[in-house]
Design a protein around this ligand. Structure first.
Ligand code: OXD
Length: 308
């Protein structure tokens, strides 16, 4: 595509990049479609400019922005999880779709496998031993820990396949599979890849940790909102869980005084498990725009009632 599609009439395409960097996305779209110009959002944009926006490419809506976009037709999510774009004040007529980067699922699977192996092979212990110059072997058979992957979409399945290939028995769980606590009771390690919806918000609470066998481990690559964080901290401090690896937290970026920073056994990473590549975002966005302009179905549509 070398020119702006006709029905957008050179209307600005609003880029809501935060929390990822805008420049690589702007450059990737310009490289693939030189006629398209993305307008990175800033709080100083005036109402006349916003009133011309028909298309948003983004991660999350700043509060109160949706009603200032009366011409909006399509929201394309750069993130796999779309909950922060499904603003309550987004009109029902606006189409929502998302980018699906196969490499993102692979990146998630690599992160999850790294965290699982680090835990089950006791690598933190050997790191501490090295710091103390202790050459001590602990008996350890090959790991056969039972893993339950919550959410069995593209990301959940990629994680499950990677762990199975490493010899760990994996059970995928989705809401239609049966009671969550029955699945948790069979799991030494729980990996969360669920979409965040009203039905899954706060799903992982004190009762959930209690349902797991004592000494289990939790890995979250989905959203902090699934977890009742004070309950998780209490479960780790009580030894009900051996620990957790959290790539996502309820408040991002985490403030200095977030209690999660301080809990021995909890590993924090700053939402880096996987990110869609700018070139994939650009090519899928441009293809989506062409479909929109041609009146065709958008690739990877989001069911707004389901929230994914
Ligand atoms: C996503 C994410 O939803 O990176 O894509 O968290």
């Amino acid at each position: 595509m070398s020119t702006a599609p006709h029905t957008t009439h050179n209307a600005p395409i609003l880029l809501l990049a935060d929390p990822v960097m805008a420049a690589p996305i702007v450059a990737a779209v310009a490289a693939q479609a030189p006629g398209l110009q993305l307008l990175p959002y800033s709080r100083t944009l005036d109402d006349a400019t916003l009133a011309r926006v028909q298309v948003v490419l983004g991660w999350r809506f700043p509060a109160g922005l949706a009603p200032r976009l009366p011409a909006l037709r399509w929201v394309c999510s750069m993130a796999a999880g779309v909950e922060k774009l499904l603003a309550p004040d987004l009109p029902a007529s606006v189409l929502v779709s998302r980018v699906v980067d196969p490499d993102q699922a692979l990146g998630m699977a690599q992160y999850v496998a790294a965290m699982v192996l680090r835990q089950v092979r006791g690598l933190d212990t050997y790191r501490q031993q090295q710091q103390a110059r202790q050459w001590v072997r602990h008996p350890m058979a090959a790991a056969r820990h039972r893993v339950c992957v919550l959410g069995w979409g593209a990301v959940g399945q990629a994680c499950g396949q990677a762990l199975q290939a490493l010899g760990l028995p994996v059970q995928g769980w989705r809401r239609s599979s049966g009671p969550l606590h029955d699945a948790l009771a069979q799991a030494d390690i729980v990996v969360n890849t669920l979409p965040l919806t009203p039905a899954t918000q706060g799903l992982l609470d004190a009762q959930a940790w209690q349902a797991m066998p004592r000494g289990g481990y939790f890995i979250n690559v989905a959203r902090g909102g699934h977890v009742v964080e004070p309950d998780l901290i209490a479960a780790v401090q009580a030894g009900q869980l051996a620990g957790a690896a959290l790539d996502v937290q309820a408040t991002e970026p985490m403030p200095d005084d977030d209690p999660l920073w301080q809990v021995p056994g909890i590993t924090i990473t700053p939402h880096i498990a996987a990110q869609s590549s700018p070139s994939t975002v650009a090519s899928q966005f441009v293809a989506g725009l062409q479909a929109l302009e041609a009146g065709q179905a958008l690739p990877h549509p989001v069911d707004r009632a389901l929230g994914y």
